[in-house]
Design a protein around this ligand. Sequence first.
Ligand SMILES: Nc1ncnc2c1ncn2[C@@H]1O[C@H](COP(=O)(O)OP(=O)(O)OP(=O)(O)O)[C@@H](O)[C@H]1O
Ligand SMILES: [Mg+2]
Length: 451
Amino acid sequence: MQPVPVALLHPATHVRPRTALVASADRSFRQRLTEILTGLRWQVREAQGGAEAWAEAEGSTPEAIIVDSWLPDLDLSEFLADFRGRFPQVDVVSTTGATAQESPRGPYRQELLYALRRTQDTDTAAWNLAPALKTPAPAPVVLQAGPRPFAPAQAVNPGAALPLEAGSPITLPQPALVRTVPLRSGPPPGAGAEKKSIDRLPELIGNAPCMLEVSRRIRLVAPRMTPVLIEGPTGSGKELVAEALHRLSSRNRKPFVAINCAAIPEALLEAELFGHTRGAFTGAVQGRVGRIESADGGTLFLDEIGEMPLALQSKLLRFVESSELQRVGDNETVKVDVRIVAATHRPLAEHTQTGMFRADLYYRLAVFLIRTPALCEHGEDLSLLVEHFMNKMGREAPMKRVDPSAMGKLTAHDWPGNVRELEHVLERAAILAGDEAVLTAQEIDFGLTVH
Ligand SMILES: Nc1ncnc2c1ncn2[C@@H]1O[C@H](COP(=O)(O)OP(=O)(O)OP(=O)(O)O)[C@@H](O)[C@H]1O
Ligand SMILES: [Mg+2]
C-alpha cells in the first residue's frame, strides 16, 4: 500500500506555519490573541510595546502584525506609518477603528477576537485567516463609516466570554477584521514630515533634526562591517545607538558584547578583552575567553574607549587590523569576526594631538562617526521624551502625568546629565508624588541628580 501523503492526513501539516507578531501592552489580550492564532496554526511572537515589536520585526519579519490601539512607548499612528514604510510587505491589523487621536483603548478588541474565534470555529484547519487579513478596508477607515451595528466595546463586559454561540445577538461589522488604511497616503503634505517619521528609529525618541540625523546615520551604516565611533556627552544615548547598530545589522542573532573600558581596572582590562590562559598571571587559576572572542560573529561595543591605556591601544590596533588576537599567556593566534563599535564622551580627535590616544587607532575606529547630541541641543524633544518615560513607568505602576508647572520647570533646566538625567528626575518625581496621579513642580528636584 502506498503511504498516504501527509497533506491528506491534515490539510495544514504540509504548509509552513505563518508568522504573526502581536503588539500590545495588555498581557491578557496578547495571550488571548496568541492562543487563538496558534490554534489557527500561526506562529506567534508577542511584544509589549512598539519598540519591542519593531525589534522583533527587524530580527525576523512576520507576515502579519496585530497592533493594539494604544502602545505604551510610541505614538500609534507614527508607529503604524513607520512600520508600513519599513515593512510594506507585512499585513497590518489594528484594533483601532478610528484615527489614533480619537480612539479610546481597544474599541475593536472584542470584535477582533470574536472574528478570529469564529474563523477558528468554522475552519479548524484554518488558512482563511490570511484572506481575512487581506480583506481590503473601505476607505478611509472601515469601522468609522456609518452607524455601528453593535454596542461599543466599553459596553461589553470585558470579563465575559466571547459570544461564540450560533445566533449571537452581535452582528459583526464587515469586513470582520479591520485592515488599517495607510494613515498617510498619497504624496505627503510636507515631504519632510513624512520622511522624518519613516526615518526615525523607534527607540530613539526625538524629532529634532539632529536626532533624525542620528537615526539616518544608524540606518545607513548598520548593515555594513564599517567600524563606528559614537561621540556624545554622558547620558545622551551612545549605548542606545550601539545597540541599534547591532539590531539593524545581519549580526543581530549573534552576541552584542559591551565592555566599559573605564569601569575595569587597567591591570585586568587586557585579560578581560583578550582572554587569558591558565596561570597567565597571579590569580589566573583557569583560562578564560575574552570579551572580543565571546562577541564572535556579532558586535563588540568598546564603551569609553578614550579611557583605554596606551599600551592596550596598541594591542587593540593589531586586532583591528588583522582580526587576530592572542590570549594573555598564549602564543596561539585566534581569528575572530567582530564588528567594532566604540563610544566616547571625550573629544578623541583632540586627544590624538596631545598623544593621549593613538591617532592610528582613532582613524581605524572612527571610519564612520555618529554624534549623539546633548539634550539642550534638542530641547524641542523634551515633551516627547517626558511622554515616553511616563509611559514607560506606566507599564509597571499606575500611569501619572506631568502638569504644566512641572513641565515649565523641566523646560527651564539645562540638563547636564542629558536624557539619563531626565529619566531619573521623572522617576524620582513619580516616587515623591506617591499616590497622586499628577506630577507638579514640587516633585521635580534636580538637586540629587548624579550623572
Ligand atoms: N533619544 C533617546 N530616546 C529614548 N531614550 C533615550 C534616548 N537617549 C538616551 N536615552 C535613555 O537614557 C539613558 C542613558 O542612555 P545611554 O546609556 O545610551 O547613554 P550614554 O550616552 O551611553 O551615557 P554614558 O556616557 O553615561 O555611558 C538610557 O536609559 C537610554 O535608554
Ligand atoms: Mg554609555
